[in-house]
Design a protein around this ligand. Structure first.
Ligand code: C2E
Ligand code: CA
Ligand code: CA
Length: 870
């Protein structure tokens, strides 16, 4: 697994993000659209209000015109009747017809009417019901002022709306209408002023005259404004009305010049009446035109309102369309990014799950995604390469071509480094394996094959040639122990190396040379007969002795050899032991001898085997073996200090067998350890029994240990277990080892003896003087006691040289702080001599022979003194 990566924060997918962005943009667009639509909507509203306003204006104008006609007809009727020019009934009929017009116009205005029909009825009752003159003299009626103000209000509303909308046409039309209405109003006012003037009392003349003049000036102003307008049908019609007004204006002016006729009761010019009547007619005609102009305007406004509404709807539809399109486009866009991204993340997920067999990603989508996809493809390719490299490494296939393919980055470097390291370590382990294989089959010192390999080869030869005789030679160097001890182990090793070399050279490829023990070699023949083997062995022995060894010592080495040829059914070990027996016998004939395993040897060998079998039985059944005890006396020979346990075998049918006959046989087999263990147990049991006897409680027990057993790994535990079982004080046990047992491995011996000393027991060097162990080597041995061999004890009398040697031994023993025991004392003279020499303990037939336990106990008790009581 790769180093742990912080989990990605959960966030919306790319497509969602794009959609969100598109959504926001869409919303903004929609808002813009909505505001546009709202603007359009407002425009439509205004246009609609404009249409409504123009409608109202046109209605008001109609109402005003109707009111003007109504009033004008009323005044005209009054005038006409006054001057007798009109019939009262006709005038009344014309007025009521005009009133109907007014009612209709008022009803059409509905809620936007400037006054109610009740107000209208009240107004009519006033002037109409009173006397005609009174009525005509009245000021412009309150209702007409209301119409005026509501009209001008509506017009100014419309004007400002038109400006807001930017409707220049309607504004222009309105200005025209205003001018028209102004002219109409002022001409009406002029008519009414003129009527007032006409019916004025003398005291009122000046005032009405000035009012008329004012009104005339206003009319002229309004007329000028109308004339200044651009030509149009409405204006042209209005100008006709204006002409009537102007004629009235002129006529009144003329009347005023002829001052007298301008007062009530004065002559009324017929011309004036005509003008008056014409004006009325014109006004009547003009009225529907104003109305239709107003309606046109209203219709136009309505059309505009519709157009505005359409524009608004289109804008709304457009907005929705644009939004939908924007969504669709962003969806497609999002898909074009999210699809390759999804493929990318799916592939990355599979790769991170360890699946390297993914399809390479196609380059699609935006460049960044393509780049990421290509990088992932490269990564997968590299991972596959790593996988293949790792497979090659796992298979230790260092020659695999894939290992040479370069890999980028640190991992590539690490990989190639590990290939180098692995190659080195494979080479090293190959070398090690070869060396271990060599070591397992070869002798480290000499380089020839070892015991195991030799036995294996022998076994192979025996198996592959069951009908033929397989030969083997056992070679044992003469006096090697002595050379080793006197010249040191380094020289000993040199000699063994040289022997290996010489043997190898002598035999060539006729047989295989092996070293199977300290100074023991084998010649393993695989294709030669026993006779050929004898010839080859002789040559080898001769070559070995032919010249001195190189080095300052100038030593010559000889060896004895034993030959054996296989018999049907023999195994490698049997053959080896026969050759060993033959060599053992050759030794008896002196250095450099050669012996073959023949019938005589075979008998000997059989006897040995027989002894071995019987002894094995004796040890396991524990009935035939017995320990004898030979006392050890104090230096003055007066008191027994201990005993040496000596084994006896009451072999059925053979009587008592001496240890010299069976101990060496046991020593050549694994039986020796069992024998020693039996002796240890028996001796310590006896010692334990004596421990409870106050007379014998101080006795020591010397037990002989075989050198073969001493190097055995179980020796220390064997001794400590026996001690535990008996419960005796370890200090009272003395373990004797023969000097000859210290054959080659002095170091191992020393270690073992020290381990035994660590248990608390004492150690003794037995048969001292028979071996050739130099003092220098003995000095380092953990030894508590030296037992001078019987041969030395016996030869000291009358032999000053031997005596000198014994002196030396004693000095040495004291030097290493060891107790001196003299063995084999048979005479008083020997006893005295040994005492003189300073031996600490004396042993021999002179004092006592080895005795069975019971006799030994009695003997010891009879000579022991009780310990001093305190
Ligand atoms: P050793 O350890 O040197 O034992 C002393 C031998 O000398 C004994 O012979 C003893 O009977 C004999 N001897 C003692 N005093 C005299 C004497 O004054 N004159 C003569 N001529 N001989 C005397 P033994 O009992 O026959 O033992 C022979 C050897 O067998 C022993 O020599 C020892 O090496 C071995 N041996 C005896 N018992 C055991 C045993 O229990 N275990 C082992 N591993 N070896 C034993
Ligand atoms: Ca002994
Ligand atoms: Ca001895």
């Amino acid at each position: 697994m790769l180093p742990s990566v912080r989990p990605l924060r959960r966030s919306p997918r790319v497509a969602t993000r794009i959609l969100m962005a598109a959504g926001v943009a869409g919303v903004i667009a929609v808002l813009l659209m909505v505001s546009l639509v709202a603007t359009q909507d407002r425009q439509a509203d205004r246009t609609e209000r404009l249409a409504d306003g123009t409608n109202a204006v046109s209605g008001l104008m109609e109402l005003r015109v109707a009111r003007f006609q109504e009033n004008a007809l009323l005044k005209l009727g009054q005038l006409g009747v006054e001057f007798g020019a009109l019939d009262q009934a006709d005038a009344t009929a014309a007025v009521s017809q005009a009133r109907e017009e007014t009612d209709r116009a008022l009803a059409e205005l509905g809620t936007s009417a400037p006054f109610s029909s009740a107000e209208l009825a009240a107004d009519r009752m006033g002037p109409a019901s009173s006397g005609a003159n009174e009525a005509i003299k009245g000021q412009p009626a309150e209702l007409d002022r209301k119409v005026e103000s509501s009209l001008s209000e509506s017009i100014s509303d419309i004007e400002s709306l038109a400006v807001q909308i930017g409707d220049r046409e309607t504004a222009g039309d309105l200005r025209e209408l205003v001018a028209l209405v102004d002219v109409s109003t002022s001409s009406q006012a002029l008519l009414l002023e003129a009527t007032d003037y006409w019916f004025a009392e003398p005291d009122e003349l000046v005032a009405t005259q000035s009012g008329l003049a004012k009104q005339m000036a206003r009319f002229e102003d309004h007329a000028a404004a109308l004339s200044a307008l651009a030509p149009s049908s409405i204006r042209d019609d209005a100008l006709d009305t204006l002409a009537v007004g102007s004629a009235l204006d002129v006529a009144i002016a003329e009347q005023l010049d002829g001052t007298a006729s301008a007062t009530r009761g004065g002559p009324v010019s017929g011309e004036l009446l005509t003008i008056f009547s014409d004006g009325l007619t014109r006004a009547t005609q003009f009225s529907p035109e104003v109305a239709s102009a107003g309606q046109r305007l209203a219709a136009q406004s309505l059309r505009q309102a519709d157009a505005a509404r359409d524009a608004r709807n289109q804008a709304a539809i457009g907005a929705i369309g644009i939004l939908a399109m924007a969504m669709a486009v962003s969806l497609a866009f999002a898909r074009s990014i999210s699809a390759p991204l999804e493929r990318l993340s799916e592939t990355a997920r599979r790769v991170s799950d360890g699946d390297l067999h993914v399809e390479p990603l196609r380059p699609s989508g935006p460049p960044e995604v393509i780049e990421a996809a290509m990088a992932l493809n490269d990564t997968v390719a590299n991972l596959r390469l790593i996988e293949r490299k790792a497979e090659a490494l796992a298979a230790s296939d260092l020659s695999a071509e894939v290992l040479d393919v370069p890999l980028p980055g640190g991992i590539g470097k690490a990989m190639s480094q590990s290939v180098t390291v692995l190659a080195d370590s494979v080479a090293a382990s190959d070398a090690l394996r070869t060396r271990l294989a060599f070591d397992a089959t070869h002798d480290e010192l000499t380089g020839v094959i070892n015991r195991a390999a030799a036995l294996a080869q022998l076994g192979e030869s025996l198996a592959s040639r069951p009908k033929e005789q397989v030969a083997v030679t056992f070679i044992d160097l003469d006096d090697f122990k002595r050379i080793n001890d006197s010249h040191g182990h380094a020289t000993g090793d040199d000699i063994l190396r040289e022997v290996g070399k010489r043997l190898d050279r002598a035999v060539g490829d006729q047989c295989q040379v092996a070293r199977i023990g300290g100074d023991e070699f084998l010649l393993v023949f695989s294709k030669h007969s026993l006779d050929d083997a004898v010839v080859i062995t002789r040559k080898a022995l001769a070559d070995l002795a032919v010249s001195a060894l190189p080095g300052p010592q100038h030593l010559t080495v000889t060896a004895c050899a034993g030959l054996a040829g296989s018999q049907a059914g023999d195994d490698a070990l049997t053959l080896l032991r026969r050759a060993d027996v033959a060599a053992y016998h050759a030794k008896k004939s002196g250095p450099g001898s050669l012996a073959s395993y023949d019938d005589e040897l075979h008998r000997y060998f059989s006897k040995q085997a027989d002894i071995e079998d019987a002894l094995r039985h004796a040890i396991t059944h524990n009935t035939e073996l017995e320990l004898f005890y030979q006392p050890l006396m104090s230096g003055d020979g007066a008191l027994p200090v201990g005993v040496e346990a000596l084994i006896r075998w009451n072999r059925p049918g053979s009587g008592q067998v001496r240890p010299d006959e069976f101990v060496p046989v046991a020593e050549r087999s694994p039986l020796i350890a069992d024998l020693d263990r039996w002796v240890l147990d028996a001796a310590l049991t006896q010692l334990a029994m004596w421990s409870s006897d106050p007379l014998l409680a101080h006795m020591s027990m010397s037990v002989n240990l075989s050198g073969r057993h001493l190097v055995h790994p179980s020796i220390v535990s064997d001794v400590s277990c026996a001690l535990d079982r008996s419960g005796v004080d370890p200090r009272r046990l003395i373990l004797e080892v023969t000097e000859t047992a210290l054959v080659t491995d002095l170091k191992l011996m020393a270690a073992r003896l020290r381990q035994l000393q660590d248990l608390g027991v004492h150690t003794a060097m037995d048969d001292f003087g028979t071996g050739f162990t130099g003092f220098a080597h003995l000095r380092t041995m953990p030894i508590n006691e030296i037992k001078i061999d019987r041969s030395l004890t016996n030869s000291v009398i009358g032999n000053p040289k031997e005596r000198q040697l014994l002196d030396l031994v004693c000095v040495f023993a004291r030097f290493i702080n060891a107790r001196i025991v003299a063995e084999g004392i048979e005479t008083q003279a020997e006893a005295e001599m040994m005492r003189e020499l300073g031996c600490d303990v004396l042993q021999g037939y002179y004092y006592a022979r080895p005795m069975p336990a019971e006799a030994a106990t009695a003997w010891l008790r009879a000579r022991s003194r009780p310990p001093p009581s305190d």
